[in-house]
Each structure stands twice: as C-alpha cells, then as structure tokens.
Design a protein around this ligand. Structure first.
Ligand code: ATP
Length: 324
C-alpha cells in the first residue's frame, strides 16, 4: 500500500479530527502517503482529494466536527456513482481506504470493496454509540458530557421552581446517551427505545417523586423512544399528573459538536493507529473498535448485520434505585 485515502461520512462526531490526525501520522510514520477525501463519498465522486502531511493535522486534536467535512451521498448508492468514485480514487493513486462514520458509511465501503479490489477499514464514529464491534464509538463520551452540563443547568431551574422537566436527548434507536446521562445527571426516569415504558408507569414514578418530597424532577427521553418524543410525552403526562409545572427541552444538535473529551481523543488516536496497521498488515473489510481496554476488529458484515445492545442491565436497575 502506497497511499491511503481517509474520509469522514454520515453525521459528524467529536473525535473525528483526532482520528484523522492519527491515521495520517501513523501512515506517514510507516512511509505511506495519505490523501484526505473531502465530503465523504461525495468527494470521491467529485474528485476532491487533498494531500495530507504531518502539519495538515496540526492543532486539530481538540476540534469537534471534521476538517475533511462530511456529507450524505445518494449517488454512491448507485453502481454508476461507485464506478466514478473508483476511477477517481485510482487516478489519485489511492490504494486503500479508511472510513470514519456510522453503519451507513460501513455499508458503503462494504459494497465498494466487494465491487472493486481495494482494502478498506471502518472506524466507528457517531455520538449515538449504536454500532456493533466497539464498546464505545467516537463522540459518545463527549456528547454525554455535553448533555450532563445541560442537565445540571436545567436542574437549577427545575429545583428553584418545583418544575418537572422533560429533556430529550439524541438516540434514534439507541438509549445509550439517555441511560448514561440519566444516571450521571440524576434523572428521576429515563425513557429509551430499547425498553418500552408505559406513560402510566412513568406517572407512577413521578407520583413517587412527589410523595418522596422531591422538589424537582427530570425525565430523560431518547429521541427514538416509542412514546413519540418529549413534547408528546409531556402532553400525555400533563393530562393525568399536574403537580408540577411542566417544561420540555430538546437538546438537539448542540450534542453533536464541541471539543472532544480526553476519552474520545485517546480512543480516536488508538483506532486510527490500528486501522492503518491493519491495512499495512494486509487486512481488509474490518471494523476496528474497543473491547474492554483492548483494540479488536470484526468483519464489516458482522458490524453491519448485528444490532448493538449496550445497555448494561445493572445500569437500568441502578437508574431506578438511585431515583428514589
Ligand atoms: P450516522 O450514524 O451519523 O447516520 P452513517 O454513516 O450511518 O452515520 P448514513 O447517511 O446512513 O450515515 O451513511 C453515510 C453514507 O454512506 C450515505 O450518504 C451513502 O453515501 C453511503 N451509504 C449508505 N448506505 C449505502 C449503501 N447501501 N450502498 C452504498 N452506499 C451507502
């Protein structure tokens, strides 16, 4: 392998830059050139490649987002689009790819590497932590820290006014952010897509909080919860439970940005390093990840075809116990 192409794709996540830096420097250290591909798969189709050297990744380890930009690209889903991408990649002298993103991104390189003989490695980068093959994805820890900061602030108001706050966090099909931040932020209840909670059960929990003389109550809701989002839940709860003044906060995209945490920077650096080492060792079609404190790699198909379930049962039980 003479030249590795690195790109970010799908939603941005804190730690992507730290990961790009690690890919670039590990490759250069091993006398392998690196091209940065801008805008994910779109950049392959539009011929947007930039030469990367050690200095092009200076001063980025602390930056959120991605210096290579990211995009969703429908053309890459077509045979013609991928042919264009391959011709451009070949012409640029790129003979291996490292893609940082979510399962859509992994599906893209999986299809691509079956059609064309080019080694590929995927690195899990998404704040949702919903990928199989790594205990943690890049950006998850940072996003949780951002949410906690917000919950702490909301708690000040909730406690001062005897209010009930419904806080909606990201997680279309994963309750990881909700469960972690619910425990870290002392939420009275946590609603997650993986675990159905009936509104009546939630109300019972809230009545328990009142009976226990709590002066503020915070309910964390993952956006993918079956009850249909924070506003909807607040409306339903209000019809039967009006002890507190009720407020809704949707944290939205502020969870995606920001300077990566120490954990995410280290994870990003380790995964970037491993991805390049795998390619140089002749591996392909793997997703690198963290298992315990070890770096592991699994086949891309395995990562795409398995649903990650990362809600530790002890954490679910704990979230109930600590809310009394
Ligand atoms: P996030 O978790 O933030 O959504 P993601 O990587 O899952 O990240 P997607 O938009 O689903 O984000 O996928 C990123 C890109 O991967 C798509 O825009 C598309 O270009 C490519 N892609 C996804 N699925 C396929 C597929 N079946 N075939 C070819 N390319 C695909």
């Amino acid at each position: 392998i003479k030249r590795i192409g690195v790109f970010t794709s799908g939603g941005d996540a804190p730690g992507m830059n730290a990961c790009i830096r690690s890919v670039v420097r590990t490759a250069l250290y091993n006398n392998t050139q690196v091209s940065g591909i801008l805008q994910g798969y779109q950049g392959m189709i539009d011929n947007q490649f930039i030469e990367m050297n050690s200095r092009s990744v200076s001063n980025i380890i602390q930056l959120g987002g991605t210096i290579l930009k990211t995009a969703r690209c429908s053309e890459f889903r077509t045979v013609e689009g991928r042919k264009k991408a391959y011709d451009n990649i070949k012409a640029a002298g790129i003979d291996a790819l490292v893609g940082i993103g979510g399962d859509g991104t992994f599906t893209g390189i999986e299809v691509f590497s079956r059609e064309y003989d080019i080694p590929v490695i995927g690195i899990p980068g998404t704040i949702d932590n919903d990928l199989y093959g790594s205990d943690f994805t890049l950006g998850f820890d940072t996003a949780c820290n951002t949410v906690i900061e917000a919950i702490d602030k909301i708690r000040d108001t909730a406690a001062s006014h005897d209010r009930l706050f419904f806080v909606e966090v990201m997680g279309r099909d994963s309750g990881c952010i909700a469960l972690n931040t619910g425990i870290a932020g002392g939420a009275e209840a946590i609603l997650m897509p993986e675990k159905e909670t009936a509104i009546d059960d939630l109300i019972e929990r809230l009545e328990g909080a009142v009976a226990g003389k709590k002066t503020s109550t915070i309910v964390i809701i993952a956006e993918g919860d079956q009850n249909g989002g924070a506003y909807n839940i607040a409306k339903h709860v209000k019809t039967k439970f009006d002890f507190y003044d009720t407020k809704v906060t949707i944290l939205g995209h502020l969870q995606r940005g920001g300077s990566p945490s120490s954990f995410d920077r280290v994870l990003a650096s380790r995964l970037g390093f491993s991805a390049v080492n795998l390619l140089l060792a002749g591996e392909t079609r793997r997703v690198v990840g963290l298992k315990g404190n070890e770096i592991q790699h699994v086949p891309i198909e395995e990562s795409i075809n398995n649903k990650a379930f990362k809600l530790a049962p002890d954490m679910i039980e704990l979230s109930h116990i600590l809310a009394i």
